[in-house]
Ligand binder design. Structure first.
Ligand code: FES
Length: 325
């Protein structure tokens, strides 16, 4: 696959070539290479970073068929508590707008060759599942897509699913629908056998589904997760000190600021994107001290190892953290 003619150092200049309102508060954007060339290939489950403003980057999953090489399609929910990212995309990313994006990266890869695959999406979490459904269809794989949404007006891409080659494998569950169409872990996540389960959605939905899957005996390794939001409770924050091991510099992190923000204010560059512990951009090595992990990017095992932490949202359990910076 040829690289984009307009891809420099992992960044690509693109132009918005199509924009559709897909449901209440949800738009889709079609992005093409600004120079008219092909785009770098991507695998199902990939996302791109979109530079929304000079200092605001947001991640969006690619939802179109990974076999397509001429466009990326993303779905964007206007977050009710937007810190500026999704609102700016909704307000300013119109057809003809140029933007810089990263090349695709995949933290949510599909295990191809599974005996059966269950794709389970909550709300806007359906976007990576659509790319996965395209790929599984191309592979001739056995799979089902379960899509949970609050109401029909808030469920995006229903027409796309209806018109797709995987329409017969899709099951839509509305919170305000009849009880018999509600998602049921017992019914929809059985049998387990050698199936793989992919779950994407907001935190509460993920907790509900993971609890149901574990109660049914799903093996940990067969459950694959991608969070779309992270609920961070700021109550009880306290101040602590961070020492930067490479310079010996010490900085106080007050209760109302993140480590990443204090580092930035003091001229220490830390890559930050989602700012809520989802993407892993700010992952940093921990030399000593115990982090209070609040991200959903790392696994439980990685949290217990305490070798790395996310600086955008995680804090310290003690008074001092020594970071590998
Ligand atoms: S910026 Fe995304 S995890 Fe910290």
């Amino acid at each position: 696959m040829a690289a984009s003619s307009n891809s420099v150092g992992g960044e690509i200049d693109v132009v918005v070539t199509r924009r559709d309102v897909e449901a209440d508060g949800i738009i889709s954007l079609e992005l093409r290479d600004a120079g008219g060339g092909p785009l770098p290939a991507f695998t199902a489950g990939s996302h791109i970073d979109v530079m929304v403003t000079a200092d605001l980057t947001r991640q969006y999953s690619l939802m179109n068929d990974p076999a397509e090489t001429d466009r990326y399609v993303i779905g964007v929910l206007r977050e009710p508590n937007s810190r500026g990212g999704s609102a700016a995309v909704h307000d300013h990313f119109l057809v003809g707008r140029h933007a810089t994006i990263s090349t695709p990266r995949n933290h949510f890869p599909l295990t191809e060759g599974a005996g059966r695959t269950i794709l389970l999406a909550g709300g806007i979490g359906v976007t990576p599942m659509l790319a996965m459904a395209h790929r599984l269809t191309a592979l001739g794989a056995d799979f089902a897509l379960h899509y949970c949404a609050r109401t029909k007006t808030r469920a995006a891409f229903l027409d796309l699913i209806d018109a797709s080659a995987f329409a017969a494998r899709a099951h839509i569950h509305f919170d305000d629908g009849a009880p018999e169409q509600y998602f049921s872990a017992e019914r929809d996540l059985s049998p387990i056998d050698d199936a793989h389960l992919y779950v994407c959605g907001p935190g509460g939905f993920m907790d509900f589904v993971i609890g149901g899957a574990k109660a049914l005996g799903w093996p940990h390794d067969n459950i694959h997760l991608e969070y779309f939001s992270n609920t961070i409770v700021e109550d009880g924050n306290r101040a602590f000190t961070v020492r930067l091991a490479r310079s010996g510099r010490e900085l106080t992190i007050p209760a109302d600021k993140s480590i990443a923000n204090v580092l930035k204010e003091n001229g220490v560059a830390v890559p930050v994107a989602c700012e809520e512990g989802i993407c892993g951009a700010c992952l940093t090595g921990v030399i000593s001290g115990l982090p209070h992990h609040r991200d959903v990017f790392m696994t439980d095992e990685e949290h217990e190892a305490n070798k790395e932490m996310t600086l955008c949202c995680s804090r310290a359990k003690g008074d001092l953290l020594v970071l590998d910076i």
